[in-house]
Design a protein around this ligand. Structure first.
Ligand code: SF4
Length: 436
């Protein structure tokens, strides 16, 4: 039996990875391990990997390589790699990184937990499951794994597999446990949450799930991430509009504005259809905030085609956009059948043009909120000042709420930048909902 006391967990990538890491941390805490800030001091080192971009994968490889001397020096140290870098077959990874003890696909924590149980001489039964360690005020619940869409640029369906939904009852139970432990806000997570439930008996949809989670006592807010334009139905929109705990924010990636580029990406909608969907959302949920994901410089994208993307951002006036320059991911349809023709400097120019446009839009949108009152869930204190998010998912720094972490407070917005708001605790309560 070995003495194991500490772990170091390094996470890169999306919220799904962060949610996976939270669960693994919860399991390791239950086994008596405590976190440390450096792999040098840890008995167990876990890297939770991402491969969506080449740069992310390169960072994981760099971290893995730097662990080799540590492992050689102390062979009893456990090194584990989890996440999207571990595909269905780990053989190639095993021969490339033979000093790694465990390879785990997303959500598959058991091999590590079992190994730690054997080494520590304890029974890990029951350690893996819903979050049980002390969670943050706002946390995540994965509701659907994988993706069936196979967009040509994306590696996710190959690494995370086909869509598998968790039963409604499991998710509600987890939300109840979290609420009992002080969680006030949950974000329901999936690569495509709008297709939730089609594989379950009775085919409940995201709207049904939102209604069920809305009934959990103690929980005050519900968010969901990420959506696909084709699966965002009226039923879901009406649930967002009518359920009091569901926040008015939708992330709806459009990726590109030109129809031919969208077809090459195999996104399954046109520019006009995306605009119609946005109009429908804004009609059904008037106070909604909208964010999106964009890829610039996809295979063969001309400057005229990029202009369609630019025009869409200008016309829709999103609250926030996430912009990525296209890079080929080996194993995707695009890597096999399309050519990455746009030069890196052109991609960079397009990205900067969009960033600058969005910065001015976000500055105007946020400036219009100055003087208004907003309901903010206080999530923590940083640099002596409280911070949290309003229902529209805007980051708000708050004066006078340092001792109110975990509470919903009314905040009068005093200042705005393109990236955040600043305000003071207000006497009058905030209006429910609203793009404030
Ligand atoms: S919808 Fe497309 S981009 Fe999103 S995870 Fe699925 S395949 Fe990837």
């Amino acid at each position: 039996m070995e003495q194991m006391r500490s772990y170091y967990l390094w996470t890169i990538g999306c919220q799904m990875n962060k949610a996976d890491s939270e669960r693994l941390e919860s399991a390791m805490s239950q086994m008596g391990l405590t976190p440390t800030g450096s792999p040098n001091d840890a008995d167990v080192v876990v890297l939770n990997s991402c491969v969506v971009r080449q740069s992310a994968e390169d960072r994981v490889v760099g971290m893995l390589t730097s662990l080799k001397p540590l492992k050689i020096r102390e062979p009893n140290r456990v090194v584990a790699l989890m996440g999207c870098m571990v595909g269905p077959k780990a053989d190639r990874l095993q021969s490339r990184f033979p000093y790694v003890d465990v390879f785990m696909r997303p959500q598959q924590y058991e091999p590590l937990i079992e190994l730690l149980g054997q080494r520590m001489g304890i029974d890990p039964e029951g350690c893996v499951g819903p979050l049980t360690a002390k969670p943050a005020v706002a946390t995540y619940i994965p509701i659907i794994q994988g993706c069936d869409k196979f967009c040509t640029f994306c590696i996710i369906p190959y690494r995370r597999g086909r869509e598998v939904s968790r039963p409604v009852a499991d998710i509600v139970r987890e939300a109840e446990l979290l609420a009992q432990r002080g969680v006030k806000e949950v974000t329901l997570l999936g690569q495509n949450v709008d297709s939730y439930g089609h594989d379950l008996p009775g085919a409940p949809d995201l709207a049904d799930l939102l209604a069920a989670v809305n009934g959990v006592d103690g929980l005050q807010r519900i968010r969901f991430l990420t959506s696909h334009p084709n699966d965002m139905t009226r039923h879901i929109l009406d649930a967002v509009a009518s359920l009091d705990k569901v926040c008015e924010h939708i992330n709806l990636p459009f990726q590109a504005g030109d129809d031919a580029v969208l077809a090459n990406m195999r996104r399954g909608y046109t520019n006009a259809q995306y605009r119609e969907k946005i109009a429908l959302i804004r009609t059904r949920i008037p106070n909604v905030s909208l964010t999106t994901d964009i890829i610039v410089g996809f295979c063969g994208e001309t400057s005229e085609q990029f202009q369609q993307t630019y025009d869409l951002v200008r016309d829709i006036r999103f609250d926030k956009v996430h912009i990525a320059a296209y890079s080929t991911r080996p194993g995707t349809i695009a890597a096999r059948h399309l050519e990455d023709t746009v030069p890196a400097e052109v991609k960079q120019d397009r990205r900067e043009a969009l960033e600058s446009l969005q910065e001015s839009i976000a500055a105007e949108v946020n400036a219009s909120l100055v003087g208004r009152t907003s309901e903010v869930l206080v999530e923590g204190v940083q640099g002596g000042k409280a911070y949290g998010r309003n229902r529209n998912d805007k980051l708000v720094h708050i004066e006078g709420a340092e001792d109110r972490v975990g509470e919903l407070v009314s905040v009068r917005v005093e200042k705005a930048s393109p990236w955040s708001l600043q305000g003071m605790v207000a006497k009058a309560p905030a209006l429910a909902g609203g793009r404030v």
